[in-house]
Design a protein around this ligand. Sequence first.
Ligand SMILES: Cc1ncc(C[n+]2csc(CCOP(=O)(O)OP(=O)(O)O)c2C)c(N)n1
Length: 559
Amino acid sequence: MHPDKEGINRIVDILIEKGVKKFIISPGSRNAPLIKAFTNHPQAECYSVIDERSAAYFAMGIALKEQNPVAIICTSGTAVLNYAPAIAEAYYQQIPLIAITADRPEEMIDQREGQAIRQANIYHNYIKASCQFPQEPYDANRLWHGDRMVSEMINKAKQQPCGPIHINVPLREPLYNDGDYKEKNHKIIHTVTTKKSLSEETINELAKQWNAFDKKMILTGVLHPDKELDNTLSNIAQDKSVAVLTERLSNLSIGNYHHNIDRLLNAIPTSEKHKYAPQLLITIGTDVVSKQIKQFLRTHKPDQHWHIDISGNHTDTYKSLTHIIPVTPKTFFTQIVDKITPSKIDYYNMWNTLNDIEKHNTFLQNAPWSDFKVFGKLLPQIPANSVIHLGNSTPVRYAMLFEERKDVEWYANRGTSGIDGIISTAAGFASASKKINTVISGDVSFFYDSNALWNKHLPNNLKIIVINNQGGSIFRIIPGPASTGQLEDYFQTKQELNIKKMAEVFDLNYYFCDEKDNFNDVIKKVYQPHNKAVVLEIRTSGELNDIVLKNYFDNIKQL
Ligand SMILES: Cc1ncc(C[n+]2csc(CCOP(=O)(O)OP(=O)(O)O)c2C)c(N)n1
């Protein structure tokens, strides 16, 4: 039965009519009218996920896959705060997420009522828009106001750059009464889609400037897979005075790109670094993972830096920003491609000659069992036409040292680089995907987000690979932590927890692999069809990883 609160039924109707299909609901009483309204709507696809932190990341994973808003619904109090990490991540990743939080009536806030905190605009730093739904009792004006705000919130979530929005809903008792449902009683406001492009005059001027430079670098951050963009960029990359430096998370593979930024940067002889500096730097996408390219570009500054970003945000990562070009990268490259002329400098090859693949392969072959070795063996074995979710910390970095896989999609929570929702995000994505989804996580990140497994919707196409190096291996790699004398206890947080027992608690398939096992046989088993999600623990020695990685970078240096 539907709730007796018309305003609530209208929220659901507007969401459905505006194309939101999936609703992730966490339990509670204050949100009972919302639960009734969503679960009784024939077109609403509802999921029950208990832990709000995990539920929000799970929803974000679905929204990322479907490129369509997903709504999360929870009760009042700290439940609302538990959405915050995923909301911040969705904000920086520009993912449309709709948080609908039940609240006490406004006059009861700060009155020592249970489960009541100040919820209005609670995510204010990390939200595209938020609204306070009108109080009950609903009259014609309040219903009109509610309808208008819900439409506006959804429109804003979907408007590029997309992002999270918040609807806070004060609710009065009684919460469980049934009522009549008046179909199509609501009002809808549509926004029409627009396509921003540059005027002929502007693009001609930019092309003139472009053509005056000999060395052009296009550096790509996180991008959603987009074949059209990839094709257009591959045409631009045919000009040898252009070097396109991409990361795994850029999901670009068609053209002559340079896929291993850190490998190449480490190979440049120190005295030659300045020769590799671009004159024109063009950046697209959101976050770039490689710290080394950031340092390189901040030291060897380009004459001009154009950032192509529809939001118009002034993101000056390399401290050399000269132009903001507020259109999509696809629009920009499509408009400029026929206007650019090649120059004499073969900037592409300058970078390409740094790539000594034989040296890389020989090192990998001879490397001892370590995270580096595991990534080198694992990445080529992940099935074609599948999706890989990389954990923050070292997985996202190791993956960029090895050969690009053109046949997979790559994702990671690089919006805020938290380790707290990696498994939940991958689980949500996988639940909406027909492909095999592999998440590669460190052991600390796995335990942090272990409530991701506390989810009855965990799909059987999800393979969770935990690199168990007994703590945060990154802290042995980055300079600093070891000098404190507290490395193991307060940075690495050395741990010996039992991953097998964790898999058992949630009744999941479990496999194990270390140096003694036949790696290929174990991987084969993991990727056989299973009726439940799979956890694979790969054990390495936490103590060796930093040494192997340092040796690798020393080894590839061209003297
Ligand atoms: C929510 C959150 N808390 C703390 C951190 C800081 N942090 C970055 S990496 C890391 C350790 C991760 O360890 P693990 O997942 O085992 O990966 P490994 O370093 O072994 O690759 C921590 C605590 C963070 N990024 N996010």
